[in-house]
Design a protein around this ligand. Structure first.
Ligand code: FAD
Length: 382
């Protein structure tokens, strides 16, 4: 048994795990990450980070570095059946996932952080505070931070036992191609929608195509699909959208599934973060931002409450569950708005989007959120 009994053990080095590692280390709190993969590789796709996530990136002193490795599109345009019907100014940064993960990883390492790669968690004893990995290594630790993603074995063992996950009715195609497009473009169609944006100054272009389908694909970033099948799914769209594909383009297909929202994201010495705590359908582009918010909230509470985990868990639960569940609900609603089949109703939706600031009002409360204010507010009450 290896002794790390003063350390918070973070399981998973995705967005949640690395942000938590950076925040804890920057507060001088002992933490260590265990990751099942052999390095921090990420799969070819983009991600957008909105103001709420960027505020935390700034607190971690990595905003400038992230800006160098990302892009700020000036405009966002909305299109229906290949015709633009609305444009607005844009407030989010776009980047490749690889770059976001690399910036977080470099920061964590610069703070003296350690990652044990090829450590796939197998067993936990929450009472004894011990972890056992598939490679037979075991560790005694102080607290377990479950950042092990959408298929979290920690969540499935302790929080959501024997639940049926439901196929959402949507599959997502994702990849990074090439285009001269400098804006964020949403293309809405009757049974699908496409989002594309540049991820860097070379205008490498992220695309996500969400397709309504009765047949589900596996829920995994790693499953490669064929360009031919992707193009078949995009047959409603004009060539400028499809011209994004480059030679030897890799495209990945991900089945989107829904899990019931949790009302308690901690038990004993275990706390859940990111996709492990809330599987969010991607229609508001907030899953990663919520992972960042979760991680910073918990680290801040642990620091302010002088390492009192039980108090921190209660407040963390109060702050995060309501926010995450609300955004999870809005994301589901957005999926209906994005895929209206009836052309008359779609045209009414487009007019409302054009004439009112409905999109800005839907995102305002999400983007203007400040984790530090939320923590201060709750701490004042005790
Ligand atoms: C199509 C699509 C588009 C999206 N677009 C956006 C967007 O624009 N903006 C946004 O904010 N979000 C977006 N999201 C959501 C975002 O990608 C996720 O919410 C985010 O990646 C979650 O991060 P995480 O750290 O919780 O999980 P992950 O990134 O999945 O990390 C989990 C880590 O845990 C490791 N792990 C798992 N099990 C074990 C184990 N047993 N032992 C050890 N390690 C383990 C994994 O290897 C992995 O490294 C999108 C999602 C989808 C599907």
């Amino acid at each position: 048994m290896n002794n790390l009994h003063n350390h918070i053990a973070i399981i998973g080095s995705g967005i949640a795990g690395l942000t938590l590692g950076c925040a804890l280390k920057s507060f001088g709190i002992d933490a260590v990450i265990f990751e099942r993969s052999k390095d921090i590789s990420e799969y070819g796709a983009g991600i957008s980070i909105s103001r709420n996530g960027l505020k935390i990136i700034k607190q971690l002193n990595i905003l400038d570095k992230l800006k160098l490795n990302s892009y700020k599109p000036e405009l966002v345009s909305w299109n229906y059946r290949n015709k633009e019907f609305h444009t607005d100014t844009n407030d989010v940064f776009t980047m490749s996932r690889k770059k976001l993960i690399k910036v977080l990883y470099d920061k964590y390492i610069s703070l003296g952080g350690k990652i044990f790669f090829e450590h796939e968690l197998q067993n936990i004893s929450a009472d004894k505070k011990t972890l056992t990995f598939k490679n037979n290594d075991s560790y005694s630790i102080k607290h377990i931070a479950a950042c092990d993603g959408i298929k979290s074995i920690i969540r499935d063992s302790y929080f959501l036992k024997n639940i049926d996950i439901k196929y959402s009715g949507f599959n997502a195609w994702r990849g990074i191609g090439k285009s001269e497009n400098k804006n964020i473009e949403f293309h809405l169609g009757p049974r699908s929608h496409v989002v594309k944006y540049p991820v860097n100054k070379n205008l490498d272009q992220s695309f996500v195509a969400i397709i309504k389908s009765k047949n589900w694909s596996e829920e995994s970033w790693k499953i490669e699909g064929s360009i031919e099948n992707c193009l078949e799914d995009l047959s409603d769209y004009s060539d400028p959208i499809k011209s994004i594909f480059i030679e030897n383009q890799k495209v990945f297909k991900w089945g989107i599934f829904v899990r019931p929202p949790l009302h308690k994201v901690y038990v004993k010495n275990i706390t859940l973060f990111g996709d492990a705590a809330h599987s969010m359908v991607p229609f508001m582009g907030q899953g990663g931002c919520m992972a960042i918010e979760d991680a910073y909230t918990f680290a801040l509470l642990i620091e302010k409450l002088n390492m009192s985990f039980s108090k921190a868990q209660i407040i963390y639960n109060k702050i995060r569950v309501s926010r995450n569940n609300k955004i999870q609900k809005i994301s589901m609603q957005q999926s209906k708005l994005n895929h209206i089949g009836n052309p008359i109703i779609a045209s009414i939706r487009n007019t409302i989007m054009k004439r009112t600031n409905i999109i800005a009002s839907r995102t305002k409360f999400i983007w203007s959120y400040d984790v530090c204010d939320a923590v201060e507010y709750e701490l004042k009450k005790i």
